[in-house]
Ligand binder design. Structure first.
Ligand code: KG4
Ligand code: ZN
Length: 341
């Protein structure tokens, strides 16, 4: 592997992205912040499944083992023979130990190859996933970011200029899927398991609460989780598919209602969704439907771009490099990093 050795910026400008914020070890090469040359994701789901959630120490150790082969694969698949022009890695939010593995590796590669290092915000990366697949997509837009750790509605005025309209006051949407799935005895991660179980259920079987539905842009999912637990305890004969379908519909109703209202009230023409929960089939279908009704453009990144990957990190890193220049090598990881406003 030959690096670009600090020479003049090439065209295309190649960014190696590295993502290790949670339980996916990922590396990708993206040209000019837009064209994915390779995107390799190694999921640790099997390692964490028996615990019903991500175990931070196991995640860190697995990243150590997987990051070198995953990065090598991304470079080979991307046909990289003349080096890359920058290395980007997620610096937060995420698990401290897990973030440290990717950030340390990215800094080491940037140093050895004599190219810039760029620290990336994981939620900003989820936002840029939509732009990777729809190259004409530009701000202003409203984005609904729904993952295992975060749920937020963002008014993106321009590149790097955000206004957080609302976020969850308790559990994230993905966390609610994972906790309810665990209670129902479904597999981890809970989102896909609930979606699968729901296909055989009646979404109107149980009228679960839609918290804060008409009340600003914040979200609350912890009461819904408790309502599911209480209902199942009171009605032991209820079927898992009916609970899964009714729960999923309650979550999606709130997410979609608030997201389209935010897009309309902000005067945005585009509503973009991102984060692992944006892989949910019902959320995608309902977002598309409601946007069509209102003449809004709906941007629904492919499922692989919704869940954690490094192509989105490379894309966001490319934009950050244009805006702010390289990140100093002494920057640390930030487990609670918020979206820059
Ligand atoms: O963005 P992501 O891959 O990792 C984080 O940054 O958290 O999101 C993971 C979350 C998990 O809570 C998972 O259950 C949820 O996304 N998820 C889904 C689906 N696929 C993944 N939730 C609902 N439906 C899905 N199909
Ligand atoms: Zn994520």
């Amino acid at each position: 592997m030959v690096a670009n050795g600090g020479g003049p910026r090439t065209d295309p400008f190649l960014v190696l992205g590295i993502e290790t914020s949670c339980d996916e070890t990922a590396a990708a090469v993206v040209a000019n912040g837009a064209a994915i040359l390779s995107s390799v994701v190694s999921s640790q789901v099997d390692l964490h499944a028996r615990f019903g959630g991500v175990v931070p120490e196991i995640a860190s150790r697995a990243h150590v083992e997987l990051l070198t082969p995953v990065t090598a694969e991304a470079l080979v698949e991307g046909g990289i023979t003349d080096g890359v022009d920058a290395v980007a890695a997620t610096v937060g939010p995420g698990l401290a130990g897990a973030l440290l593995i990717g950030v340390s590796a990215a800094k080491a590669l940037a140093l050895v190859w004599d190219v810039p290092f760029v620290g990336v915000n994981h939620m900003e990366a989820h936002l840029y996933a939509g732009m990777l697949e729809e190259p004409d997509l530009k701000p202003p837009l409203v984005a609904l970011l729904v993952s295992g750790g975060h749920t937020m509605l963002v008014d993106m005025k321009d590149h790097g200029r955000y206004r957080i309209l609302g976020s969850t006051v308790d559990d994230a949407a993905g966390e609610a899927f994972d906790k309810v799935a665990r209670f129902l005895g479904l597999s981890y991660p809970g989102g896909p398991a609930i979606q699968e179980a729901a296909t055989a259920g009646d979404p109107e079987a149980i009228a679960f609460p839609r918290a804060m539905m008409d009340d600003g842009y914040d979200f609350s999912f912890s009461g819904l989780k408790t309502a599911v637990i209480n209902y199942v305890r009171k009605h032991p004969d209820v079927t898992t598919p009916d609970v899964a379908a009714s729960f999923q519909t309650a979550v999606v109703d709130v997410l979609v209602a608030k997201a389209v209202r935010a897009a309309e009230e902000c005067g945005a023409e585009t509503l973009c969704i991102g984060g692992g929960v944006a892989a949910n089939a019902l959320l995608r279908e309902r977002t598309a439907e409601e946007c069509t009704k209102r003449g809004l453009r709906a941007v629904l990144p492919s499922r692989a771009m919704c869940t954690d990957n490094a192509a989105m990190v490379a894309a966001a890193g490319w934009w950050r490099l244009q805006a702010d220049g390289p990140t100093p090598l002494d920057v640390g990881v930030s487990p609670n990093l918020s979206l820059p406003v």
